[in-house]
Design a binder for this molecule. Structure first.
Ligand code: SAH
Length: 206
């Protein structure tokens, strides 16, 4: 798997080491466990998927985490990306709209003794105002545009990684950096993600 990550362009040895150490099979439903160490996306229920390790690696590397970083993650899903972040930062705040997915992810964090993760069920497009600003924000579902509320919660010099685009064929990964009152935006590379459900979706997911 580390070979696949290197091939995809991940060079940060801390990121590679953490992905090598973290047992991906813990995050995958039983029928797919045989494929846990292949560089493929896998279903996690509720129509959602666990991203390819190469994508997790590239997004994590782009966040430039240090042991002092406070991270916000939107879309906990299985908790795999969350765990990678937790192993490389001070604390991760993560939001997921599907409560059953979040409950399973929380069990995994306990099992892996990752105690620097704070979770919340709800709409991630609103961010986490009480804990802002964040040095790093990662959105693990594709948005139509850079969510402005999230950009506002970035610290000075902070980095947000967000996949943009409505369908899998036209997605790009953006790196947004806060510089003073403005932002710089750089396109990274195309990757398929499930959609980030917009803020006006009234009904909470089950
Ligand atoms: N990073 C995850 C996979 C993410 S799949 C992993 O490692 O397993 C994308 C997740 O984003 C899904 O679980 C989906 O329910 C969640 N999501 C989509 N829109 C959201 C929103 N507005 N707020 C919170 N979570 C959202």
């Amino acid at each position: 798997m580390v070979l696949a990550l290197r091939k995809a362009g991940v060079t940060d040895t801390r990121v590679l080491t953490v992905i090598e150490q973290l047992p991906r099979e813990v995050f995958v439903p039983a029928p797919f466990r045989h494929a846990a160490f292949d560089d493929v996306a896998l279903p996690i229920g509720h129509g959602q998927t666990l991203s390819r390790p190469a994508v997790v690696g590239l997004m994590t590397e782009a966040l430039q985490l240090t042991p002092r970083t406070k991270v916000l993650e939107i879309g906990t899903g299985s908790g795999y990306q969350t765990s990678v972040l937790a192993m490389l930062s001070r604390r991760v705040y993560t939001i997921e709209r599907h409560r059953p997915l979040l409950a399973m992810a929380e069990q995994r964090f306990d099992q892996l003794k990752l105690f620097n993760i704070t979770t919340k069920a709800g709409d991630g497009t609103l961010g986490w105002k009480e804990q802002a600003p964040f040095q790093s924000i990662i959105v693990t579902a594709a948005a139509a545009d850079v969510p402005p509320v999230l950009a506002d919660q970035l610290a000075e010099g902070g980095v947000m990684i967000v996949p943009i685009g409505n369908d899998a064929s036209s997605q790009a990964m953006l790196k947004v950096v806060r510089v003073g009152t403005g932002f710089t935006t750089k396109e990274m590379r195309a990757v398929p993600f499930v959609p980030l459900v917009p803020a006006d979706t009234k009904k909470e997911a089950v």
